[in-house]
Ligand binder design. Structure first.
Ligand SMILES: *Cc1c(COP(=O)(O)O)cnc(C)c1O
Length: 308
């Protein structure tokens, strides 16, 4: 068994829709949302795009399967396991912490991913030079994929998001858009959009982790690896006290948004990103008449494990 992927036609399942939110309308901002959460029942959101070029590389190498890392709610491992099941290649997940049964972990097992729990200390070793050696001895011929499907290959696949967006802009009755707003974890997706836009439109990223986690430097590294001169973008700290920290204002905002727009959000990335947008819009950051596209990066599967 080796890795062989076919790329499905997605556009129909990831529509670009107008998003009617009172606070945006009050400021004269036109907002649309690219629904990557609707891409596929199992392989949802930006994680599928981040897998693309890694899977192509695995295929080119004739890899026997793919091995990667993540936490017990990982959207990345979920997308990888689903891709393995869909395209019939073997997957191995190395998990942070100690064995626990979350809805995500149950899915990973059901989708045939082989799991290993590394503990916390073991997981912290993942950037060590010899980390992969014993795993690749055990899973000979497997393609090791970095956490979250990151790096330049991860970013390059995200260029498809820009294509999906551009294909559909005219359907909104818009001649163009001014900027793109999205949540960032590692910044890989934002870097991919920067490469694809090449300065054509403004990009705004909201970090799900505090600013000192090095998101900007990871973005620079990817641009550097791509040989593209640094382009301009804006980062906002949306972490609200830390990654995965959830507060009452955030939950109330998400509920209100879902009521007004019908678009489901999760609190780690998309909820925080949109709340940060409201704050910037209300602070007058954007001129009246600005047309913005919010990328719904998915992640709804992870929401099941958060007792909210
Ligand atoms: C992983 C993830 C992100 C962050 O993507 P990066 O490429 O790491 O910046 C954003 N939103 C959701 C829902 C995610 O699962």
């Amino acid at each position: 068994m080796s890795v062989a992927v076919e790329l499905p036609a997605w556009t129909a399942q990831a529509p670009l829709q107008l998003m009617h939110l009172p606070w945006a309308q009050a400021a004269g901002i036109e907002l649309a949302v690219l629904r990557l959460d609707l891409l596929d029942p199992l392989i949802s959101g930006n994680k599928w795009f981040k897998l693309l070029d890694h899977l192509r590389a695995a295929q080119a190498q004739g890899a026997a399967g793919v091995i990667s890392l993540g936490g017990a709610h990982s959207n990345h491992l979920h997308a990888l396991a689903a891709a393995g099941q869909r395209f019939n290649f073997a997957t191995v997940g190395l998990l942070r912490g100690h064995a626990q049964l979350t809805p995500t972990v149950t899915d990973l097992q059901a989708m045939g991913m082989q799991l290993h729990w590394l503990g916390y200390a073991g997981y912290r070793e993942r950037h060590a030079a010899d980390f992969w050696t014993p795993w690749l001895q055990r899973y000979s011929g497997f393609y090791p994929m970095p956490e979250g499907g990151g790096g330049l290959p991860g970013a390059l696949g995200c260029g498809q998001i820009t294509r999906l967006l551009r294909e559909q802009v005219a359907d909104l009755g818009w001649d163009d858009y001014h900027g793109v707003w999205l949540a960032c974890g590692t910044g890989t997706t934002l870097a991919g959009l920067l490469l694809a836009e090449a300065g054509a439109h403004a990009l705004y990223g909201v970090t799900a982790v505090p600013m000192d986690y090095g998101v900007a430097s990871q973005i620079e590294q990817i641009l550097h690896a791509a040989g593209q001169p640094p382009t301009d973008y804006q980062l906002f700290d949306g972490s609200r006290g830390g990654f995965a920290k959830v507060d009452a204002e955030l939950l109330a905002f998400m509920a209100e948004c879902e009521t007004h727009s019908g678009v489901p959000l999760e609190p780690l990335y998309t909820g925080k990103a949109l709340l940060q947008l409201r704050e910037q819009v209300q602070a007058g950051y954007f001129a009246q008449g600005t047309r913005l596209v919010f990328i719904h990066t998915g992640g709804l599967q992870g929401r099941r494990g958060l007792a909210l």
